[in-house]
Design a protein around this ligand. Structure first.
Ligand code: CP
Ligand code: NVA
Length: 320
């Protein structure tokens, strides 16, 4: 961009090769960096992007509850000059997902969907032909990881050579963080109770990316060793949406992994505390840690908006 004022339109962006964000894997390393650079500009100069989605309606589909994702997508669509329609409930119950997708394609220009099955996101993308965004599935939460990487860069200046430790369930959030960290040169340690490790396939994919960046991707059940040197400590709920029936058993098994002041003291001095929210105080973390000066949880929440706006700007190159 040649001139930095609030009315200059952004330069045209190359379209994302995959045309979707079905999972973190849809972004190449270069696209991931470009998206995060764009998010910085979108955050700094929102007015420059105020007409990118002019006239476009975004379909927002939610099979699971949401505060942050729903509101940030709705605000994002409006701030980019478009609008959104929200539909809650099962996708593909009343009629096949492929029919839902082809209906949405006749009325709206982009889809963001929060689903149980990853396959639902894939089918919406395939059958609608619209740019389709994973707004959390059982396997991935790519929009969360984008916001988190933006947050870390704001606090640290760069990702390379730093260490993020994730403590808790090897779940959708852990998967997406690991894949982004690997591509950005950020060391990532995933600390879980035995039996709750992240998907081996996703760990293998992350290690493959890490070969190019030098990131170290570790998976361990050892809390103290895993946290040594960590400059940010991240946790998430022990029972994700859809796993509520396992909550009591998980609470017992995960208790030693609660991110409290004692655990934070095992990380590097001044380590940041991160959580995707919603947080369950006195379960996966404590009120003292949530409210401490190192907690950046609301920076993460704010950055959901800016990161998703950047993503929608990049995907807007593909809408007609
Ligand atoms: N972090 C996150 O996705 O929050 P919601 O479930 O409220 O959307
Ligand atoms: N792992 C959590 C994240 C919520 C934002 C879940 O899937 O419920």
């Amino acid at each position: 961009m040649a001139v930095h004022n609030h009315t200059v339109s952004p330069d045209p962006l190359p379209p994302l090769a995959a045309g979707h964000l079905r999972s973190d894997l849809d972004l190449s390393s270069a696209e991931l960096r470009a998206l995060l650079d764009l998010a910085v500009d979108v955050k700094a100069r929102p007015a420059a992007y105020a007409t990118v989605l002019r006239g476009a309606i975004v379909s927002l589909l939610f099979e699971k509850p949401s505060l942050r994702t729903r509101i940030t997508f709705e605000v994002a669509a409006k701030q980019l000059g478009g609008d959104s329609i929200v539909q809650t409930g099962p996708i593909g119950g009343r009629e096949p997902v492929k029919d839902v997708a082809r209906n949405l394609a006749r009325w709206t220009r982009m889809i963001a969907a929060r689903t149980f099955a990853q396959q639902t996101v894939e089918d919406l993308a395939r059958w609608s032909g619209l740019p389709t965004i994973n707004a959390l599935s059982d396997l991935y939460h790519p929009c969360q990881a984008l916001a988190d990487m933006l947050t870390l860069r704001e606090h640290w200046g760069a990702w390379e050579g730093r260490t993020l430790a994730y403590v808790g369930d090897g779940n959708n959030v852990a998967h997406s963080l690991m894949l982004d960290a690997a591509r950005l040169g950020l060391h990532f340690t995933c600390i879980t109770p035995p039996g709750y490790e992240p998907s081996e396939t996703i760990v293998a994919a992350a290690r493959e990316f890490a070969q190019a960046t030098g990131a170290r991707i570790l998976v361990t059940t050892e809390i103290e060793a895993g946290l040594a040197g960590a400059e940010a400590v991240y946790t998430d709920v022990w029972a994700s949406m859809g796993q509520e029936h396992e909550a009591i058993e998980r609470a017992r098994l995960f208790a030693p992994y609660q991110v409290n002041e004692e655990l934070m003291a095992m990380a590097a001095p001044g380590a940041l505390f991160m959580h995707c929210l919603p947080a369950h105080r006195e379960e996966e973390t404590t009120d003292a840690v949530m409210e401490s000066p190192v907690s950046v949880v609301f920076d993460q929440a704010e950055n959901r908006l800016h990161a998703q706006k950047a993503l929608m700007v990049m995907l807007s190159a593909q809408i007609h």
